[in-house]
Each structure stands twice: as C-alpha cells, then as structure tokens.
Design a protein around this ligand. Sequence first.
Ligand code: AMP
Ligand code: ZN
Length: 136
Amino acid sequence: MSGCIFCKIIRGEIPSHRIYEDDLVLSFLDANPINPGHSLVMPKKHYTTIFETPQEELHACISVCRKVGEAVYRAVGASGLNVLQNNFRSACQFVDHIHFHIIPRRDGDSFLAPWLRGSATAAEMEEILKKLKAEL
Ligand code: AMP
Ligand code: ZN
C-alpha cells in the first residue's frame, strides 16, 4: 500500500524506533505514547483489520505482543499492561494497517479508567447469542 504510513515505516522510507522484527512482524515505538514505552506490533504485509489478516500473521503478531509486552513491562517498571487492537473508525482505528498497541500501565494513570459495567437480561443474552452463533 503506497500511501500507508506503516507500510512506509516497514519499507524504511520514514524513520521509526524499531524494537523488534522478523520475517512477518515489525514492532516500533508509538510516536504519541500514552505512557513511556507505548509500542506498536503489526504484520509487515498490509491488511486493514483483524478480519482480513491471515491466521499465521495474527499468530505471529500475538506472539510478538507477548515478547515485546513483557520487555516493555519490565523496562519501564509498569504494574499493568494493555494489549489493544482497534478496528474501524468507530473503534478509534485511525491508521488502516492492522496493529496492536502495547500500553504499559500504572495505578492511577489517565488511560482507560474502569468503564461503567452494563447489564443484560437472560432473554437479551439468549437473543444475542443466537444471532452471534448464526454468524460463526
Ligand atoms: P490507532 O488509533 O489504533 O489507529 O493508532 C494509530 C497509532 O499510530 C497512534 O497511537 C499513533 O500515535 C501512531 N502513529 C501514527 N503515525 C506514527 C509514526 N509515524 N510512528 C509511530 N507511531 C505512529
Ligand atoms: Zn500498510
């Protein structure tokens, strides 16, 4: 994808702070870190969302998420870690090349305060379950 900013980074056309790479996956520091050590992990081939990404590359990415996630967690002395993957604008995906965020956390930091828990009746649970299973 010629216009994709992450493809440009992967091809070395624009600079990045590379943490790790192998044949399938690249990881580098996020340019606008939520907390120090905030990193990104992505397949080297361009796929837009989790829906198009082949299993082999997804598996490779999640394995690198664990490797880089543990390194980040230890390096910054974090007390928590989020692995976050956004799909489509409604879920705050702004770069259309699938990527995983590795976000080290500390108690009381400003990111992702515990969200309000919702609720659903047994009938609503059954209804959504039926719809969901029909799509599997
Ligand atoms: P998302 O909202 O999930 O699409 O996240 C995209 C992320 O890419 C944001 O956290 C940006 O800070 C990050 N980002 C965008 N451009 C660059 C870049 N050139 N180098 C490093 N990170 C970038
Ligand atoms: Zn791309």
